[in-house]
Design a protein around this ligand. Structure first.
Ligand code: ASP
Length: 439
């Protein structure tokens, strides 16, 4: 007993020593390094909003002088995202070594994504109906012109997942095709065994290099967030926002509800994680997604956030790129809320059957939505067409699309983060059970 006490005391004094060392290290840092990156990103967001509001009379100033900062940052992120995904995913496949285990992770991830998206769109429809989203809106007939982009068929979409060329998907940053390439080559390296050892070493080393480059780029995220948000706020004045305020509020309420109820519940129940710890860990990715309106753009930051929350590299490097491409809970909520809005504005009553059709098509449409700004609005046409709603209705919501896009992207990215945490926890439990059986 006394030995145990001694051990505990020793551990306590060790912890105190380490804490003191960290405090001393921190005290040596310049003041701006003592503030965490998350706090800086948040400060940048607040500053961007304030500067945007101040520049509402002269949005061209924000466009000319501030936006380039955001664009440079986004360019750097786009530069690193393809090598990061390809090398880290290949490294993940190599380290798992087991096709069955990769299949198990993939299966869980896809089921998680589909179920949460179906939940999201259901919440969107309920909130839009309950809060009567289209009420009080006067239809301005002259605005109604919208030419829907041609929608690919389901078969075309499936066929397009498989690349016919090794280089093109990387040049175009076509994420699903890149994932397929990484999986095939990862398996190839495992199959080639000892002969491919140099390639495996190179892939692992390149994955480390990409992570280091990504860290370097992410340090500038506060500038990027500021440069992206200020022009958006400056060019979205009250005359654009006010007529559609109700739609914006309803969509935001539904999205926040989904995040608070569904993600909190899942990380608590599946991963045993305090939801607040999860949201705090996810905050940098959430904020960056909000400012950039691009899931793919926020991917490197999301990978970093989930690894900081203890998600294993081989899980985050698989779950998150897939999520940035196919998991769009925020987008599906937006599509549901907009469908109800357009129906109400045009005086069309949707039956329960039609609303179920919306759930199914919005799940598919959100999978097909690319993780770049504005693509959710293009896919909205598919949802409207599925229940015979006028596609021209999109013209009504197009003016405020960016404001809705910011929040839906932030929700999309948070959904991916929650999947990484949950799948990681499930895999850890499985590994523990396996270890117990062996022992
Ligand atoms: N911008 C969103 C995203 O990148 C997609 C959308 O437009 O809904 O996740």
């Amino acid at each position: 007993m006394s030995e145990l006490k001694e051990l505990v005391e020793e551990a306590e004094s060790d912890i105190k020593e380490v804490a003191q060392e960290i405090a001393q290290e921190n005290a040596k840092k310049p003041w701006y390094k003592r503030i965490s990156l998350t706090t800086w990103i948040f400060i940048a967001l607040g500053l961007g909003v304030v500067v945007g509001l101040l520049l509402q009379g002269a949005p061209e100033i924000a466009e000319t002088y501030i936006k380039p900062v955001g664009t440079i940052f986004l360019n750097l992120i786009k530069m690193i995202v393809v090598p990061l995904v390809i090398f880290s995913m290949m490294a993940g496949v190599i380290s798992l070594r087991d096709i069955k285990q990769i299949g198990a992770i993939g299966g869980k991830t896809i089921v998680y994504y589909l179920l949460t998206t179906a939940c999201a769109i259901t919440i969107g429809l309920i909130i839009a109906n309950v809060l009567n989203v289209g009420g009080g809106y006067n239809l301005p007939a002259e605005e109604l012109a919208y030419e829907p982009a041609e929608q690919p068929t389901l078969i075309d979409t499936l066929v397009a997942i498989f690349p016919s060329n090794f280089v093109q998907p990387m040049a175009d940053a076509t994420m699903l095709q890149i994932i397929v390439i990484a999986l095939f080559f990862g398996f190839g390296i495992i199959a080639a065994g000892q002969k491919a050892k140099p390639v495996a070493d190179l892939v692992n080393a390149m994955s480390e290099v990409c992570i280091k480059v990504m860290h370097g780029i992410i340090c500038f995220a506060p500038f990027g967030v500021f440069g992206l948000i200020a022009p958006v706020i400056a060019s979205n004045g009250p005359d654009i926002l006010l007529p559609l305020l109700r739609l914006i509020v309803v969509a935001y309420v539904a999205m926040i509800l989904h995040v608070v109820v569904v993600y909190s519940g899942l990380v608590k129940v599946i991963a045993g994680m305090n939801p607040l710890t999860f949201f705090k860990g996810e905050l940098p990715a959430f904020t960056f997604a909000f400012a950039s309106a691009s899931s793919v753009g926020a991917l490197p930051i999301n990978i970093e956030c989930s690894q900081n929350m203890g998600v294993k590299k081989e899980i985050s490097s698989f779950v998150l790129p897939l999520g940035a491409t196919i998991n769009m809970d925020g987008t599906s909520i937006y599509q549901g809320v907009c469908a109800i809005f357009i129906a109400q504005v045009f005086g069309i009553d949707l039956t329960i059957g039609q609303q179920v059709t919306i759930v199914l098509t919005a799940v598919l449409a959100s999978i097909g939505t690319a993780g770049v700004p504005g693509s959710g609005m293009i896919m909205l046409a598919m949802v409207l067409q599925s229940v015979g709603l006028p596609v021209e209705g999109i013209a009504l919501v197009a003016g405020v699309d960016r404001i809705l896009d910011m929040m839906r992207t932030a929700v999309n990215v948070t959904g991916d983060g929650s999947a990484a945490v949950c799948v990681n926890a499930m895999e850890e439990r499985k590994a523990q059970k396996r270890a117990q059986k062996v022992a």
